[in-house]
Design a protein around this ligand. Structure first.
Ligand code: SF4
Length: 495
């Protein structure tokens, strides 16, 4: 494993440089330090070294990489004046140098953030043409022609889909149900195994209903555009509990008017005819049934505890009951899954013919069981490649779908992205709103994060709920109070 010492002579843009080095050398160890401090003890002669120096007339970047001779390059920039420009210039300098020493080009160039479509979106809003945006992105961020085209295509589609959404006077609602039948190996959502926590479901719902009633009262002068019930797995609730939740929502919020109402059914092992029938009693317009993979051995490895047959059966059941907007989530890069296995999954998905498909690249996040136990899975390969990503894109095309939203994650397998594909009229509006950060999202439930968005997404403030179930239930008054303050301060300008 490559070990890199990264030093700065002032605290600025450390994380941008750090992320870029990581994008070139995934899995490397980086120690960041400031020159006014002592060099960390573990750094020795065998380590590679990168150094960022802010000087009165510009920024210099020097690097000693393996046995290569030391290189140093400098760019003139008045870094006190314009932060955005300075950041771009510094990242270009680091990218060019790393590209020279490693011989690599990155598909997303020097973009390390999770929302690359925000750039073309902003420029489209300013009236730029697609060709001008493409040229700007390639020259400024060194994005590949393919990724540039993907980002611009998605930004155009997002704009069209969001046209009827009122950013300023509208909002979306997220409701979290943090229970699952078992915990998937790669899960980073902090969900709770129902078998162990079933005694907490009722107290949780009581607290949640209070929070929802509070939001409804506070937001009555705003238009509710989309509702998303996620988690966890919302369909772990019993039919009676689900009916009570949906009754509270329909009594408190104008559900008939919302543009989209999604319930993440998620795990096929939680879906029953009864619970689907309950969803049909209410204006739920979109559900998600997530196979992740259609290979049984992989499902067993990742702890999903459901069968491929169950996924097929529950999908047909939902169709039979009249659901005409069903999303399916897939993960590529799962342990042991090569091209053939992904091809098998795609063939099965195509036969089911969902209305949208979301393709995630596996992310090895800190704290997940998969990351903690990765030594145990050493013999099992984690494969993702441009070819596999192209296969998923071709599959979506064959089903008549185009890309409509995307995001990148840290520690994602092969430095790829997550892409949502859909047919015309079947895109998940909430997904775009949360990614493009265009509208405020009021979020209820344990671990839910409310986002207040202003000035067309230029400014964002968050109000978080506690993650821990017991804490959430016991401190629900405090959660409500936090929201009250947030609404007053951010939505009503202190009124
Ligand atoms: S279904 Fe989703 S939330 Fe539940 S354990 Fe699996 S990844 Fe986590």
């Amino acid at each position: 494993m490559r070990k890199i010492s990264l030093s700065f002579n002032r605290k600025d843009f450390e994380y941008d440089v750090y992320s870029l080095i990581r994008a070139f050398e995934p899995g490397c160890e980086i120690v960041t330090w400031y020159e006014e401090e002592q060099e960390p003890e573990q750094v020795n002669e065998t380590w590679d070294r990168c150094r960022v120096h802010y000087e009165p007339d510009g920024i210099s970047f020097s690097i000693r990489w393996g046995n290569e001779p030391v290189r140093e390059a400098q760019v003139p920039v008045e870094y006190e004046k314009d932060r955005v420009h300075t950041k771009n210039v510094l990242k270009q300098l680091v990218y060019r140098t790393l590209s020279e020493v490693t011989g690599k080009q990155l598909p997303w160039g020097d973009l390390t953030g999770i929302r690359p479509t925000k750039i073309p979106m902003k420029l489209l809003e300013e009236g730029w043409k697609n060709t001008e945006i493409a040229e700007y992105m390639r020259n400024t961020y060194f994005t590949s022609p393919q990724k540039t085209a993907l980002a611009i295509t998605i930004a155009n589609r997002e704009r069209a889909i969001l046209e009827p959404v009122n950013y300023e006077n509208g909002y979306s609602l997220y409701v979290g149900i943090p229970f699952c039948p078992s915990i998937c190996l790669y899960c980073s959502f902090g969900s709770h195994v129902l078998g162990r926590w079933s005694h907490m479901v009722e107290p949780y719902l009581e607290a949640l209903f209070r929070e929802l009633r509070f939001i409804s009262e506070q937001m009555k002068d705003y238009t509710l555009d989309t509702v998303y019930i996620g988690g966890g797995t919302p369909t772990t609730l019993t039919p009676d509990q689900m009916r009570r939740l949906l009754t509270v929502l329909s009594e408190e919020f104008p559900l008939e008017q919302v543009q989209e109402f999604t319930v993440e059914a998620g795990r096929p092992d939680t879906i029953t005819r009864e619970i689907l029938e309950v969803l049909r009693e209410f204006p739920v317009s979109r559900i998600s049934i997530n196979p992740q993979t259609m290979n049984q051995e992989t499902l067993d490895i990742i702890g999903r505890r459901h069968t491929v047959e169950e996924t097929v059966e529950k999908f047909h059941m939902a169709r039979e009951l009249g659901f005409d907007n069903i999303n399916m989530d897939l993960i590529v890069g799962l342990p042991g899954e090569d091209k053939e296995k992904v091809a098998h999954t795609l063939k099965e998905i195509e036969a089911l013919n969902p209305d949208s498909l979301t393709v995630h690249s596996l992310a090895l996040k800190r704290g997940t069981r998969l990351n903690l136990m990765k030594d145990q899975y050493e013999e099992i390969s984690f494969e993702n490649s441009a070819e596999i990503m192209d296969m998923t894109q071709d599959c979506a095309r064959r089903m008549g779908m185009g890309p409509y939203y995307m995001y990148r994650q840290k520690n994602i397998a092969g430095n790829f992205e997550n892409v949502g594909y859909s047919r015309e009229g079947k895109a998940g509006i909430y997904n775009i709103l949360i990614m493009e950060e265009k509208q405020s999202i009021l979020a209820a439930g344990a671990g839910a994060s409310t986002k207040f968005v202003f000035q067309n997404g230029e400014r964002i403030e968050r109000v978080e709920n506690v993650k821990d179930l017991k804490n959430y239930v016991e401190r629900i008054d405090e959660m409500i109070e936090r929201k009250r303050k947030g609404i007053r301060m951010y939505l009503r300008n202190g009124k």
